[in-house]
Write a protein that binds this ligand. Structure first.
Ligand code: MN
Length: 427
């Protein structure tokens, strides 16, 4: 026998163990039994560690599944805009004119409670909103169009408007904060860490549907105040492993707790509107404000909207304009669909003229104004009773938002006015 023989055959042979060429183990190991046993223990330990990593550690890299509670269709922002003192200007200026430069909100103080015009205004708000006393005072509200995973641009926008992290500012994203862009999970983390609120868009819901499929949890329903349920999130199709599925796979229980707290529609309280086509002057009466991703149906009240409409609609179909569509090129009987905002504004203008006849001392708002995203193809669209803010940041265009606040006007008679200015950054 020589050392060249196959070691497997002779592995227990004393001769083999003594041979210089027959083993990969160095001589001092071969000669010492304790060292051999120690080596055996080490190898066994390593194998057990590998098994532990594969069975226990690796599966926990995909976060735990949590069940998704039912959603509220409509929620309040929980804040109100406490009117601010009038800005000090070098020359007198009509306070109802549009604002072009972002005011220095840090140095604009809240109006003092002792001001009689303020207490009259707060009384009106109290009568108008039964939940007013539970609301938190803020200086301004900032609504932002579709972010679509553009974390860097969202941060740049917020620094451009000097966002204070939520102390006296309230920020609301108008849905579709995920998908298409580079860092959807980064956006969700950022909005959770920086007190930013959102309404749900069609892409956000599409992500939740994939989460439901991935973890096989029960699909939640959207609940209206009147108990009406719309089970839009139940799965009607089987999703492949697409980009949204990759995002859904990374959602942690903390992400899910945050996402579950969101609604499809937010009530904003009084918001300014304009009284001419040029948007050059604010109207005398503000409107009741709503935030939603796509739009609202004009023919039903806020507690009877449906999740599919409010997260996907762009147009309304002829002949009765009471059916929504996402496609802006639909024709029925040769008649084209129209933007939902066209019908909405006509209906609100008609209502406005009727209500103007009935104005009394407690009148706070007339009509309803909607802030929405979802329509990058149409870009920023300012109408009396609607403001569209999706300007296609993820397509390299702009990220657009609007700042809304209330302040004392000293022009002509002193009164509280609501103001709105549009701000954008290049993406
Ligand atoms: Mn959308």
């Amino acid at each position: 026998m020589t050392g060249e023989q196959t070691p497997l055959i002779n592995s227990n042979d004393e001769y083999y163990i003594e041979t210089e060429y027959g083993s990969i183990l160095p001589q001092f190991v071969r000669k010492s039994k304790p060292i051999k046993y120690m080596l055996l223990v080490l190898v066994t330990g390593f194998v057990l560690f590998l098994v532990y990593v594969m069975v226990v550690v690796l599966p926990s890299v995909v976060p735990d599944a949590v069940s998704i509670p039912d959603f509220s269709m409509v929620k309040s922002t929980g804040i109100y805009l406490h009117p601010l003192v009038a800005e000090k200007k070098d020359k007198p200026e009509d306070p109802e004119d549009p604002v072009k430069i972002i005011p220095d909100f840090k140095h604009l103080d809240y109006l003092d409670e002792s001001n009689p015009i303020l207490s009259e205004h707060l009384d009106k708000l109290r009568k108008w909103d039964p939940n007013f006393d539970n609301k938190i005072a803020k200086k301004r509200m900032i609504l932002i169009g579709d972010v679509h995973g553009s974390l860097h641009e969202l941060k740049r926008f917020l620094s451009h408007v000097n966002y204070d992290g939520g102390k006296e500012d309230y920020v609301l994203l108008l849905g579709d904060f995920v998908n298409k862009g580079p860092d959807s999970i980064g956006v969700i983390n950022y909005i959770m860490e920086n007190n930013i609120d959102c309404v749900l868009g069609n892409h956000d819901l599409a992500m939740l549907k994939r989460y439901i499929q991935l973890h096989n949890v029960q699909a939640p329903v959207f609940k209206n105040k009147n108990g009406y349920e719309d089970s839009h999130l139940s799965l009607r199709e089987h999703f492949k492993f697409d980009d949204l599925m990759k995002i859904a796979k990374k959602l942690t229980p903390e992400h899910m707790r945050f996402l579950s707290s969101l609604s499809a529609i937010k009530t904003l309280g009084p918001v300014p509107r304009f009284n001419n086509k040029k948007q050059s002057r604010h109207a005398e009466f503000p409107a009741q404000g709503y935030a939603v991703h796509a739009g609202l149906m004009w023919d039903r009240d806020i507690d009877n909207q449906e999740i599919e409409d409010v997260t996907t609609m762009r147009d309304l179909l002829p002949p009765f304009w009471n059916v929504s569509t996402e496609d802006t090129k639909t024709k029925i009987g040769g008649v084209k669909s129209v933007p939902w905002t066209k019908v909405w504004n006509e209906v609100q203008h008609e209502f406005y003229s009727e209500e103007l006849e009935k104005v009394n001392d407690s009148t706070l708002t007339i009509g309803s104004k909607v802030f929405y995203g979802h329509a990058a193809g149409r870009g920023v669209t300012l109408k009396d009773f609607s403001t569209g803010l999706d300007s296609g940041c993820v397509y390299g265009k702009q990220l657009t938002g609007t700042i809304i606040w209330a302040q004392m006007s000293s022009h002509r008679e002193p009164k509280i006015v609501y103001k709105q200015m549009v701000v954008d950054i290049n993406c």
